[in-house]
Design a protein around this ligand. Structure first.
Ligand code: PRT
Ligand code: ZN
Length: 310
């Protein structure tokens, strides 16, 4: 990895501190920093702007290009990495092709960086499933994922690797169609392509080095992962409080989204009414509140959950 030889030499010699590689500047950067901050990590930025040193945990953040992340983790230069599932899958197929035995571990799919890898077909071409791809030239940044898909579909086609601006390949006459990442779909549309089959759904993903780690590192990673899971859970969760007629309790419990055991509290001065407090592990929409009201609930309050530890 010629881009940061000094940094690599320094971190390789450190046996205790956990190194986590994240994207330096791009779509995943802000979310990844936010996730680690919400796990309680405070840090100071090194003068070279490539490393953030954890102050309250032995966890340092390495800021690199996203394409370098899986390699840094696979080669055990970093213990952990956060990168798009699309990049992970392409490297996984490359390592398998090379016969590598021990691959990085996928620890958790995160709830940001959502996108999909889909075929983009010129609007004047009729698409009738994978057989449309037969004999075609397909431009993509993910040749191994596309080849793997074609093989599974038993379709023969030519895959041409492009490192960027894949969407212009058909208009330049370099390919018949493309296979590229899509989120809103606007880019394909702007280039006269329509989105056909999706071959991979991707999100930012936390991966771990395949090497055996020291007990101290293992313990810290376990703690970090538990906090990450807590943060992911909290994002979707709400705390709901309401008053309910006793007789409607069964129906109200049924309507509370993703709640296990609500707390039922008597209401002073009311024999037939109780207060219900519950953690809902799904978002609570207006429609749910309206249904709860219909079932007899009143004085409803929905609050965000700050932290959660199962
Ligand atoms: O500099 P560095 O190499 O680190 O960054 P990068 O430019 O290679 O990556 P970046 O920041 O663009 O994306 C990082 C990760 O975000 C990707 O690996 C994906 O996992 C994820 N992601 C989510 C996306 C998109 N959404 C996305 N829409 N990555 C790329 N795109 C591109 C796509 O390639 C296409 O050009 O956006 C265009 C399509 O977007 P729509 O909204 O028009 O459909
Ligand atoms: Zn990149």
């Amino acid at each position: 990895m010629p881009l940061i030889p000094g940094v690599i030499k320094m971190i390789k010699t450190d046996e205790v501190r956990i190194k986590i590689a994240i994207q330096k500047s791009g779509r995943l950067t802000e979310h990844s920093i936010e996730l680690l901050t919400r796990c309680g990590l405070t840090y100071s930025r090194g003068r070279d702007q490539l490393i953030c040193y954890g102050e309250n945990m032995p966890v340092d953040i390495l800021l690199v290009r996203d394409d370098d992340i899986p390699g840094l983790v696979q080669e055990n230069i970093c213990d952990l990495g956060i990168v798009g599932g699309n990049i992970i899958e392409e490297l996984r197929l490359e390592l398998i092709k090379k016969g590598t035995k021990r691959l990085f571990n996928v620890l958790e799919r995160l709830n940001y960086g959502h996108c999909r890898l889909s075929f983009g077909i010129p609007e004047n071409v009729e698409y009738i499933g994978a057989k449309t791809l037969k004999g075609k030239k397909i431009a993509t940044t993910y040749p191994l994922i596309v080849e793997d898909y074609l093989k599974k579909q038993n379709v023969n086609a030519t895959v041409v690797e492009f490192s960027g601006a894949v969407e212009i390949a058909p208009s330049l006459g370099k390919a018949d169609l493309i296979c590229d990442l899509v989120s809103s779909g606007a880019t394909m549309k702007a280039h006269g392509l329509f989105e056909a089959d999706t071959i991979l759904e991707s999100t930012a993903t936390l991966i771990q080095s395949p090497e055996a780690l020291s007990k101290t590192k293992k313990d810290w990673i376990k703690l970090l992962l538990q906090r990450i899971r807590g943060v992911l859970q909290v994002k979707e969760s709400k705390y709901i409080m309401l008053h309910a007629p006793r007789e409607a309790l069964q129906e109200i419990r049924r309507l509370l989204p993703g709640s296990e055991a609500p707390t039922i509290i008597p209401l002073e001065g009311f024999k037939d009414k109780v207060a219900v407090h519950a953690v809902c592990r799904e978002n609570v929409f207006w429609e749910t509140l309206e249904e709860l009201k219909e079932a007899g609930a009143s004085s409803m309050l929905v609050l965000p959950v700050e932290k959660m530890l199962a």
